[in-house]
Design a protein around this ligand. Structure first.
Ligand SMILES: Cc1cc2nc3c(=O)[nH]c(=O)nc-3n(C[C@H](O)[C@H](O)[C@H](O)COP(=O)(O)O)c2cc1C
Length: 173
């Protein structure tokens, strides 16, 4: 199973719009693709689901993670890195049967100039520590507000070229 993780809990995020776009691309390839937005985490999960605790609400989320073989993380740039809620989510998931030895592709986005280059590198370090296999082609989309149209689709030719290349490689990865 493939799961896309929309890596923020910010309401109305570009991350979730871009994640839905990636989901549509993968569904069009005939694949079964889940989308999990960190907005759907239990509001108090840092109290109820960390350090050995497990709430009823988190159980299906943990199951989805455990059942996933390939992840695609869509990660916004927050203060020059990836969002803290993404790290808290990973820390809340069981070890090792969540991410260990699994595959993942990474997509960074930002409103600024850098498309979360640094945050994607930081996150790659965390993934490597967890023995995840990160696909070498990582995509960075700066100025995201100029990239998504009203339907939530990417429309710029050069961005489409790199995203489609990443999708092709991710399907075979
Ligand atoms: C807490 C926070 C910190 C942010 N820090 C940065 C930053 O360091 N660089 C940047 O280009 N954009 C930054 N942004 C803007 C996001 O990149 C922008 O909101 C973009 O749309 C992706 O995030 P979103 O999925 O929350 O919409 C920040 C946004 C938030 C909410």
């Amino acid at each position: 199973m493939i799961t896309i993780i929309a890596g923020t809990n910010r309401p109305d995020s570009s991350t979730l719009k871009l994640s839905k776009y990636y989901q549509r691309l993968l569904l069009n390839k005939g694949l079964e693709v889940n989308l999990f937005s960190l907005m759907d985490l239990p509001a108090n999960f840092i109290q109820t689901d960390m350090f050995g605790k497990r709430s009823e609400a988190f159980v299906p989320m943990q199951q989805m993670v455990a059942d996933t073989q390939k992840f695609l993380f869509v990660i916004p740039e927050y203060n020059g890195s990836f969002p803290g809620v993404l790290k808290a989510f990973i820390d809340a998931c069981d070890f090792p049967n969540s991410f260990y030895d699994k595959k993942a592709a990474l997509v960074g986005l930002s409103s600024g100039k850098y498309g979360n280059i640094r945050g994607i590198e930081h996150f790659t370090g965390v993934c490597n520590y967890m023995h995840m296999h990160i696909m070498p082609l990582k995509i960075h989309i700066p100025a995201i507000h100029k990239e998504l149209d009203e339907e939530g689709n990417l429309h710029k030719a050069d961005t489409l070229k790199f995203v489609n290349e990443q999708i092709e490689k991710f399907v075979k990865y």
